[in-house]
Design a protein around this ligand. Structure first.
Ligand SMILES: Nc1ncnc2c1ncn2[C@@H]1O[C@H](COP(=O)(O)OP(=O)(O)OP(=O)(O)O)[C@@H](O)[C@H]1O
Ligand SMILES: [Mg+2]
Length: 376
């Protein structure tokens, strides 16, 4: 018997199955990109659903044609951390059994002796470390591994790399990026799907002409899930609990959090907990209060180290000022210092991903932080 807890709304982790709304267009698009061997750079604000989407596409691609690999490099602190992870995951995810993994290591990484440890947990059978150092292998040799493996398995390989912005933090980052790009762009049987949660950094790595990864892949901006798709999704979850919610109330939930996927689910769950039979205005406002209470510790921590000018600048944006910060009126109403201060404030907050810049001006990145700043 499957004793897995059936959660009604899921947020904060990548979602699949019943917790994933269709995203049909995006799924098909990415699937086509994978099946046609295109490099993709997937960009979106935080918690919009990048990881979930890539995981979904991995399940849906034609497995006779392509093999996908998923790597999260959030914990990689250096170039060789990454090479170790890349090699391990390539070996693991292209072979079904441990014997085959070992065979591949012997074949492709002859200079290494892997350390294997068996875990008592029957679901994840074993783990191993390779301990690759510059003495064993040059960067280019590891970067070329996907191509060699693809040739061996006779399929096109798609390497999906999550939290890719980590690369920018490594020592000698620019050099490393050049090496990666240099090797990857010549590979015939491998393509890459690259994404990460720091939008500003991802933009810088891929959209800046001076950067090695400029125009590496097709930029793919993941849009929010539209309200009309959230309506049936959320209504169904409510009706499973014998509760009702009107389409208008669902729209309200969506617009309160600007359709940011994770918050839509979190707020819907809060609203559900405040509902007896039917969702009323009150359940929504109570849900929002709970959401703010849940997020406050994090926002306090994030904004705790900001100077008062930086904080005031955020407040101005949250209160509807998106342009014209250097006018005397805005400068003095919000107390953000002198004219010359503004571009410094802006640069700092953009870099931190606290604000985003659009054609309409500056906005608070996190829709709930926006609400929080307004209410404070
Ligand atoms: N297709 C979807 N249908 C329903 N909810 C979704 C969908 N995609 C994402 N979500 C919601 O958003 C949350 C975050 O999803 P996910 O981790 O995939 O986003 P992400 O963009 O990778 O986030 P991060 O920027 O933190 O890496 C999920 O836990 C879920 O609540
Ligand atoms: Mg993610």
């Amino acid at each position: 018997m499957d004793k897995m807890l059936q959660r009604t709304f899921v947020y904060g982790i990548s979602v699949s199955g019943d917790n994933f709304t269709d995203r049909v267009r995006e799924t098909n698009r990415l699937k086509m990109d994978f099946e046609n061997g295109l490099n993709v750079v997937l960009i979106s604000p935080r918690r919009m659903g990048k990881t979930s989407l890539v995981r979904r596409v991995q399940q849906e691609v034609d497995k006779n044609l392509i093999q996908t690999i998923y790597i999260d490099i959030y914990d990689c602190r250096s170039e060789y951390d990454f090479y170790n992870k890349l090699a391990i995951e390539l070996m693991k995810q292209t072979a079904s059994k441990m014997e085959l993994v070992l065979e591949n290591i012997k074949r492709f990484l002859v200079r290494l002796t892997p350390k294997i440890s068996f875990t008592p947990d029957p679901t994840s059978d074993f783990s191993f470390s390779l301990g690759i150092t510059p003495k064993d292998y040059a960067p280019e040799e590891i970067l070329q591994l996907p191509e060699l493996l693809a040739e061996q398995i006779g399929k096109h390989l798609v390497v999906c790399i999550d939290e890719f912005q980590q690369v920018a933090e490594w020592p000698d980052s620019l050099q490393v990026q050049k090496r990666m790009r240099g090797v990857w762009q010549h590979q015939q049987h491998v393509s890459y799907c690259i994404f990460g949660s720091r939008q500003q950094m991802m933009n810088r790595l891929f959209q800046d002409k001076k950067m090695p990864f400029y125009q590496f892949g097709e930029p793919n901006y993941l849009q929010p899930i539209p309200t009309e798709d959230w309506i049936p999704f959320i209504q169904q979850k409510f009706s499973q609990k014998n509760l009702t919610i009107s389409a208008e109330r669902v729209s309200e939930i969506c617009s309160l959090v600007q359709n940011q996927s994770s918050y839509v689910q979190q707020l819907a769950w809060n609203v559900m907990l405040n509902t007896e039979d039917e969702v009323l205005e009150d359940s929504i406002s109570q849900g929002v209060n709970d959401l703010l209470a849940q997020c406050t510790p994090l926002f306090m921590e994030q904004t705790g180290s900001l100077t008062s000018y930086q904080m005031n600048f955020m407040r101005a944006i949250a209160n509807g000022i998106h342009k014209g910060f250097t006018t005397q009126e805005v400068l003095s109403t919000y107390n953000i210092g002198t004219k010359s201060n503004v571009s410094k404030l802006q640069k700092f907050l953009l870099e931190k991903d606290y604000i985003v810049s659009t054609t309409d001006g500056l906005f608070i990145s996190d829709p709930v932080m926006q609400l929080w700043l307004q209410r404070k």
